[in-house]
Design a protein around this ligand. Structure first.
Ligand SMILES: [Zn+2]
Length: 165
């Protein structure tokens, strides 16, 4: 007899007053949830998915991030599992939702753990005026910073799963 190991998801736990976190709420409604190299993937409920096209993560404040490689929008994805966009946000969430790109959002699109991007590539989220953006430094062979790029949004190629093409 075999039993599947319990799923463990490394997520920031906001104090949610005992209720299910947005993360639990979303994951409990998805099929084929599993972790691949630190990224959490599942079947996208918003299209006829046979490849676990959905990548999931949490933003710094605990907001659930969903990204479908086929291009389904977050609105369609949550609607397909009987939720609304508001269900992606933690109940105790404070402050306005800043548009733009965070390391966590980038990581979900890339199917990479945000910690890996922060440690290996020194990416970090900064605020510029009223937007988030990701600081992406490049280093020379001696480890000196030679330039810094700032990304305010995902590009088309960030989120496209080309491994099957
Ligand atoms: Zn989809």
């Amino acid at each position: 007899m075999t039993t599947d190991p319990p799923q463990e998801h490394d997520t920031p736990t906001g104090s949610n007053e005992g209720g299910p976190t947005p993360w639990d709420r979303v994951l409990s409604r998805l099929d084929h949830v599993h972790q691949v190299g630190g990224a959490v993937i599942a079947r996208c409920p918003a299209h006829d998915d046979t490849r676990n096209s959905l990548s999931l993560g949490t933003d710094e404040d605990g907001t659930v991030l969903v990204h479908c490689f086929v291009g389904c929008t977050a609105r369609h994805i949550v609607a397909a599992i009987g939720l609304s966009l508001a269900d992606l946000f933690p109940a105790n969430r404070k402050g306005a939702d800043l548009p733009g790109l965070t390391v966590e959002r980038y990581a979900v699109a890339k199917r990479l753990p945000p910690e890996f991007l922060k440690e290996r590539f020194k990416l970090r989220t900064i605020r510029r005026q009223s937007r988030f953006c990701v600081e992406m430094p490049s280093f020379d062979e001696e480890g000196e910073r030679i330039s810094t790029n700032y990304r305010m949004k995902l590009t088309k190629t960030d989120g496209i799963d080309d491994r099957f093409q």
